[in-house]
Design a protein around this ligand. Structure first.
Ligand code: MBD
Ligand code: FE
Length: 311
């Protein structure tokens, strides 16, 4: 039988004091949230009879997680980021917003500031001998199917090693390699000429993989391409497609795969004329349907820390 102290006056007063619940000032919302989270932690320590050694292992882990800069990666791997999507999906359903392209997690590897092109962008600036040519294209429409003029399609993905520029531990990629943005014209069309990505894997020695190892989980994602898609008077969409046929398509460590977000590549010829590295290339069509503002505002906009580079 464990020791139970959570419901004592002493522990309840300690929690209130630690969060200054009975004092003036501070941020009331922050006080409310921290009081709940700290209380849930204290209660879990009691209920599971966690030893001091176990608690200190957790505290030390937080230091290491910060040193590695992997807090957002861990959030993806533990399903926290997916859970936020599940909640936004449920809110949309309650508000009868259901005709748009499904959202899926942003992940921690976006970099703001990529150059913007009209209609089409070639975003592979570094050669990658192991990557096949890929053209990604489609239309941006609203939920009524009307093409969106002036939509911004931002795109980012990994190279043939599963590494993203700006975060590449090998230092092999220049700034904004495999990252770009396209503005649509009146036809709503966008196109990216690029290279086939390979799925990402967590840094093997990092603190996220450390936790996954203790859970006997892998830290890999199927091949995928990320998008932010925005347009006037429409909600900004955060999504990705996963490439059909990848063995991890339904075994993503970050839980981002959705049925409507699986894209199949077809083989085409004529790449030379498009400036691709081979005449035969992979073609993926992926169309975006953006939803209208909700009561005049974009209620799915997410603010979080993001890398940014000035060009
Ligand atoms: C990625 O490329 C990614 O998309 C997510 C969600 C987490 C880690 C790496
Ligand atoms: Fe990714």
């Amino acid at each position: 039988m464990g020791i139970h102290t959570f419901n004592t006056d002493e522990v309840q007063s300690l929690l209130r004091a630690a969060c200054n619940l009975d004092g003036m000032g501070g941020n009331p919302r922050f006080k409310q949230i921290l009081h709940r989270l700290l209380g849930d932690l204290f209660k879990a320590i009691d209920d599971l009879d966690m030893t001091p050694d176990e608690v200190w292992a957790g505290v030390n882990y937080l230091n290491q997680l910060g040193k590695d800069g992997e807090a957002a990666l861990l959030a993806a791997g533990l399903g926290l980021e997916k859970f936020l999507d599940i909640r936004m999906d449920a809110a949309d359903k309650a508000d009868h917003i259901d005709a748009g392209t499904p959202r899926t997690i942003e992940g921690p590897l976006y970099v703001a500031g990529a150059p913007v092109a009209n209609g089409m962008a070639k975003i592979d600036t570094n050669p990658d001998a192991d990557a096949e040519a890929l053209v990604i294209h489609g239309t941006v429409t609203d939920t009524e199917g009307k093409p969106v003029d002036g939509a911004l399609v931002e795109c980012w993905h990994a190279n043939s090693k599963g590494f993203y520029s700006h975060f590449d531990p090998t230092g092999a990629q220049s700034e904004f390699n495999l990252r770009g943005a396209v503005k649509t014209g009146a036809d709503g069309r966008y196109e990216f000429r690029t290279l086939m990505p390979v799925g990402y894997g967590c840094p093997p020695q990092g603190s996220t993989q450390h936790v996954l190892n203790a859970l006997a989980r892998h830290g890999n994602r199927p091949a995928h391409v990320h998008f932010f898609v925005s347009g006037d008077h429409l909600r900004k969409l955060t999504t990705q497609f996963n490439v059909a046929g990848d063995p991890l398509i339904w075994d993503d460590f970050a839980y981002a795969t959705r049925e409507a977000l699986i894209a199949a590549a077809t083989q085409k010829t004529g790449g030379t004329a498009l400036g691709l590295k081979t005449d035969t290339y992979n073609d993926i069509e992926f169309n975006f349907r953006l939803t209208h503002l909700y009561k005049g505002t974009d209620n799915q906009l997410v603010h979080r820390e993001r890398a940014a580079v000035d060009v």
